[in-house]
Unconditional design. Structure first.
Length: 94
């Protein structure tokens, strides 16, 4: 069964969005690409994102590249700081 990850941008953290932006991803590379785009939309550098999350810049880079060795809880924390909720489903259509 395929695992799908739905990313929802929370509009309460960004007034440019009046409704959640929804993106469905099937790989960590896709998730990283969405998070990189979101970081850039916020005007954040990787260094600033790292500071906000309590990570180093290398961790942010690895998350955004979809590196397999990054723990999912770190990806989830980074997404949360960017105002993105992660919903995972296994073997279910989104």
């Amino acid at each position: 069964m395929p695992t799908r990850i739905r990313l929802l941008t929370r509009p309460d953290l960004d007034p440019r969005f009046d409704q959640p932006a929804r993106t469905t991803c099937e790989t960590l590379v896709d998730v990283g690409r969405v998070l990189r785009t979101r970081r850039r939309e916020l005007g954040w550098s990787q260094d600033l994102a790292a500071e906000v999350c309590g990570f180093n810049q290398r961790m942010i880079s690895e998350i955004e590249r979809g590196a397999r060795r990054v723990a999912f809880d770190r990806v989830a924390l980074y997404a949360s700081r960017l105002g993105v909720d992660i919903v995972m489903t296994i073997g279910e259509k989104l």
